[in-house]
Design a protein around this ligand. Structure first.
Ligand code: ITT
Length: 185
């Protein structure tokens, strides 16, 4: 099977990517870096470059932008608090009493092939729920309601349902199309 490395330490992201890249063996590449770049693309490139893997390797950086908070937590989504539960709690408390709960997830995938880099982006518009709902997914999924869905949060959907609408699903679909077009049989 064709092989590709994913430089991530997030098991939720890895599971989503494996489901997308059918026909590819997706291996987790070790390598933690400081995510100190000003935007998602910069961090994704930094993670892909730092990965201890040869051949094809990709990394992804993602974040949740809340309009009423001026786009926060955005590129700082992981550093917003120490755990998924604490991140969700902080966001809900920042939004208490604030009118307007529009938000979007964004993801940028950086694929490194030798010295070449290719970027694939995806986003999904939605709103922030007033309380967490659902057990699936990870991160902010229990409070994100995609606008193109049926009112359920991402955490109330199956992985397939989430990926059909999500920022990462869109970026991964573009990555998969590129890989399948360019890889040798
Ligand atoms: P890496 O090892 O791949 O860097 P990470 O968890 O550190 O994994 P990021 O630096 O890209 O990932 O941080 C993105 C954060 O944004 C992530 O920890 C979640 O809190 C949140 N996030 C990203 N995508 C999400 C999704 O699909 N659902 C819910 N939360 C998400």
């Amino acid at each position: 099977m064709r092989r590709i490395w994913f430089a991530t330490s997030n098991p939720g992201k890895l599971a989503e990517a494996k489901a997308f890249l059918a026909g590819w063996e997706v291996l987790e590449a070790p390598g933690e870096v400081e995510e100190d770049q000003p935007d998602l693309a910069g961090n994704a490139i930094k993670k892909a470059r730092a990965a201890a893997a040869g051949g094809k390797v990709f990394a992804e950086d993602s974040g949740l932008e809340v309009d009423a908070l001026g786009g926060a937590p955005g590129v700082h989504s992981r550093r917003y608090a120490a755990s998924d539960g604490a991140r969700v709690a902080r966001l809900l408390s920042e939004l208490a009493g604030v009118p307007g709960r529009e938000a979007r997830f964004r993801a940028v995938v950086a694929l490194k092939v030798g010295e070449d880099l290719h970027l694939f982006a995806g986003s999904v518009e939605g709103t922030i729920a007033t309380e967490p709902r659902g057990e699936g997914g990870f991160g902010y999924d229990p409070i994100f309601i995609p606008g193109e869905g049926d009112g359920r949060t991402f955490a109330e959907m199956s992985r397939e349902e989430k990926s059909a609408l999500s920022h990462r699903g869109r970026a991964l679909a573009a990555l998969a199309a590129y890989l399948n077009e360019t890889a040798e049989p």
